[in-house]
Design a protein around this ligand. Sequence first.
Ligand code: ADP
Length: 267
Amino acid sequence: DPSLRLSLRLIPYSDELWLLVARDVSKMMRLEQMRRDFVANVSHELRTPLTVVHGYLDMLDPGDQPEWAPILEEMRHQSQRMTQLVEDLLTLSRLEAQDSVVDEEVAMDSMLVTLRREAEALSQRRHDISVEDRAGIDLLGSTRELHSAFSNLVGNAVRYTPAGGSIAITFARTADGGAELSVRDSGYGIPAAHLPRITERFYRVSTSRSRESGGTGLGLAIVKHILQLHQARLGIQSEVGSGSTFACRFGPERVHARDRAFTPVPA
Ligand code: ADP
């Protein structure tokens, strides 16, 4: 049966004997696929009507009814949020359906320039932003997806750091010959109890603060998926009141072949 999917576990039984436990997970995987297809289809179907509503809202003018201005503004804001949510759901569906990424050369110098520009645009001079390239190498992977992952982390750092705080983006080599892009902020921080679940879809520490911050609750789920596709890991360190560091760790195989011979510079 080509649709049969088994999950196998080998359990030590005695000195010489092992137990092989095979579990039929076909049904579970079929249901999971149905859930994914459903989310992808619904998101896709919502896209067109949302574009139409958004387009007409932009054309509306309060005219001689000034009390309509804040209402229109709020409607535009909410339809913008809904559009972002649908886009994020579609991104997540696309990532879930993928099991590998292209291996193109990811120019990290221009990536860092872009991230700095984005951080500055979001921060509007409310934070002290620093960007440092300690590695001077390039990565292998999908430039578009990696940019989306890093950019999500930078966006969170700005959104969850009060004015006057600092944000540091650092690209460095790791001891194993790989590389790490980290985003450190001096913001609100995340209570330890929430950390294990923080990358789940729609999981949020404080609903009100997160909603005000304008996110969709899907950012870190997207980051995790993109990193998984690059066999990379997301390290999170955080302390309430002093800030958080999100580190994307890439193995040596993700360092561009040209740069692999360089010995990592100790931090
Ligand atoms: P959201 O759109 O709500 O920001 P994310 O998936 O990006 O969704 O993040 C999930 C939750 O993790 C956020 O709602 C917030 O509570 C917490 N979080 C993410 N990044 C940070 C950060 N840099 N500092 C503090 N909390 C954060």
